[in-house]
Design a protein around this ligand. Structure first.
Ligand SMILES: [Zn+2]
Length: 567
């Protein structure tokens, strides 16, 4: 999107969306004939300010300003034949529409309500225009009038920063430079998956809070917290209420029900007019939380934004979003519950981390929830920068199954004679077996080999790019398999009755302690089958395996100390 650089009688240089010059506000006496990017206009504004400062705050006359602008343009390498001033009659131009009609007012109100706290690209705004059934030009006009009223800002999507650039949507500085009509321009690749971000484009940043103030919130939990959850829930609420704490980590045992622990705090915040975000790296986690929040907060409007939905606009103080979608908010949330901080694609992504932090309002709070904290999370806890809240026990008061190490002499090979076969057969006696392997290329040969060894069993397997993944997982949930071979895609977010777990080549570099704890955490999750076995099969015991076992044992020890599991 381009803007015209405008000049007012008092020498003030401003800008107006190109293509809308017939709606120029009064007082503009002249504009530059060729439109510019906002980044370019800001450079001119900055230079003018500096020059005026150099002349001891001398008030510039409009005529001087015109020349100054052209001089700056020349230095910036603009084609001066294109950049000439077009004078206007200041009395005739008043473009303020006589928006008397009700429909326009309604649309204006809907716009203000739906963009609260958002940071939107022009493509996002066009999406909103379609939703509001108005022309694209109309939405730009609404956005610009919010900017003029001071409740929003236009900012260049990628902006000069120091000697380089910085994307204003995701904070990325490692951007791609290219020559444009207006000198060098830059494109951010890090947040491209939610729409392009370049220095020639703008973002619309709304500065209104999501909620107008305190309101009554109907919170009807359909569950009773376990003793372990109640203890954690109280600490979460204390953290949310404590003005001095900014971040906390809820370290939960796998399958301990960490999400519901946050609901009372969410209700507390919403009632006080504080906006709440539930964020997670993956959309299946979000999709899993939605029905639970809908059930416990009946009538409360939820805004759900995941990868598959284009921009969806709803109002209300509770938002559920994948960490990519969070980039479409700016200083919007008082309380953030960030689930699975250690999971892909959030973990290790500077852009998504930056986005999450900037979606927080000043003095806002983030609670990270995980069963397997990242090294940075643990470090922050150890250094006293982050409060730690523990949830060490599952609802059925049975301890977490501690992995057993089955040492093997050679790297496991898919031939039927291996020692693994007897082990798997024994486990099958207790329930279906989930066999984790370190690589996709292992899946097919292992399925074949297992089918030969156990011809009566129903055996299959899957991996991330498997086209048949969804129906297979559905059958797995229905307990239709005796044995299922998988990569780490099944390490999280799945609960299977009576499941037993074997990790083949557990010493492989791909299995870090977090992956191992998550895989072990699939076992014993349900009330009906609270126990089960986890077997790590490998030649060596790696430090990741040791740490994983230590973490699980430590959760059990803590749970026992607190009287949260049976001895
Ligand atoms: Zn970016």
């Amino acid at each position: 999107m381009r803007f015209f650089l405008t000049l007012k009688e008092n020498g003030k240089v401003s800008f107006y969306p190109a293509g809308m010059m017939d709606k120029l506000d009064s007082g503009v006496i002249s504009f530059l004939r060729a439109p510019l990017s906002l980044a370019n206009i800001q450079v001119v504004q900055k230079r003018l300010q500096q020059e005026r400062f150099a002349f001891w705050f001398k008030r510039s006359k409009a005529k001087d300003t015109k020349q100054q602008v052209l001089k700056i343009g020349k230095e910036l390498g603009w084609d001066l034949q294109e950049f000439t001033w077009q004078d206007l009659d200041p009395t005739s131009g008043s473009g303020q529409d006589q928006q008397g009609d009700e429909r326009a007012q309604e649309v204006g109100q809907a716009f203000s309500r739906l963009v609260k706290g958002r940071q939107l690209s022009c493509a996002d705004l066009r999406g909103l225009a379609r939703e509001l059934k108005i022309e694209a030009e109309e939405i730009i006009k609404l956005a610009h009038s919010s900017v003029e009223q001071g409740s929003a800002q236009w900012i260049p999507a990628v902006k000069p920063h120091g000697s380089g650039w910085q994307c204003q949507r995701c904070g990325e500085r490692d951007v791609e430079e290219w020559p444009s009509l207006y000198g060098m321009a830059a494109t951010c690749q890090s947040c491209g998956s939610i729409g392009s971000s370049t220095s020639l484009e703008v973002l619309f940043r709304d500065q209104c809070s999501l909620l107008d103030g305190p309101s009554e919130v109907l919170f009807r939990p359909h569950w009773v917290l376990t003793e372990a959850q109640r203890l954690a829930s109280e600490q979460v609420l204390e953290f949310i209420q404590d003005a001095s704490a900014a971040t906390a980590l809820l370290w939960a045992a796998c399958g301990a029900g960490k999400t519901e622990v946050c609901f009372p705090s969410a209700a507390w915040a919403l009632e006080r007019g504080k906006s709440v975000l539930f964020a997670a790296p993956r959309q299946d986690v979000i999709n899993d939380v939605v029905p639970r929040l809908e059930r416990d907060f009946p009538d409360y409007p939820l805004q759900v934004l995941t990868g598959t939905s284009p921009v969806k606009f709803r109002s209300g103080g509770m938002v559920l979003a994948t960490t990519h979608q969070v980039l479409r908010f700016w200083r919007a949330f008082d309380v953030v519950f960030m689930d699975e901080m250690d999971a892909f694609p959030y973990h290790g992504s500077r852009a998504l981390e930056w986005g999450l932090k900037h979606a927080l309002r000043p003095n806002g709070k983030i609670l990270y929830l995980t069963a397997t904290p990242s090294p940075t999370g643990l470090k922050a806890v150890h250094q006293g920068e982050m409060r730690l809240i523990r949830l060490p026990a599952r609802h059925h008061r049975t301890s977490l199954p501690v992995p057993i190490w089955e040492k093997i002499r050679h790297s496991p090979e898919p031939n039927e004679e291996g020692v693994w076969a007897a082990q798997i057969e024994t486990l099958r006696g207790q329930g279906p077996v989930l066999l984790f392997v370190p690589k996709i290329s292992w899946i097919a040969p292992w399925i074949k080999c297992l089918q030969r060894r156990f011809p009566d069993w129903r055996i299959d397997g899957s991996y991330s790019s498997d086209p048949g993944r969804a129906p297979k997982l559905e059958r797995l949930r229905q307990s239709e398999f005796d044995l299922f071979v998988s990569t780490t895609i099944l390490e999280r977010g799945i609960t299977l009755a009576r499941i037993q777990v074997v990790v083949l080549a557990a010493d492989h570099a791909v299995f870090d302690e977090r992956a191992l704890v998550q895989m072990a955490g699939r076992v014993g999750r349900t009330q009906e089958s609270p126990e089960g076995k986890v077997v790590f099969m490998s030649q060596r015991m790696t430090s990741a395996m040791k740490t994983a076992i230590q973490w699980i044992e430590e959760q059990n020890r803590l749970a026992l100390e607190l009287g949260l599991i049976e001895a």
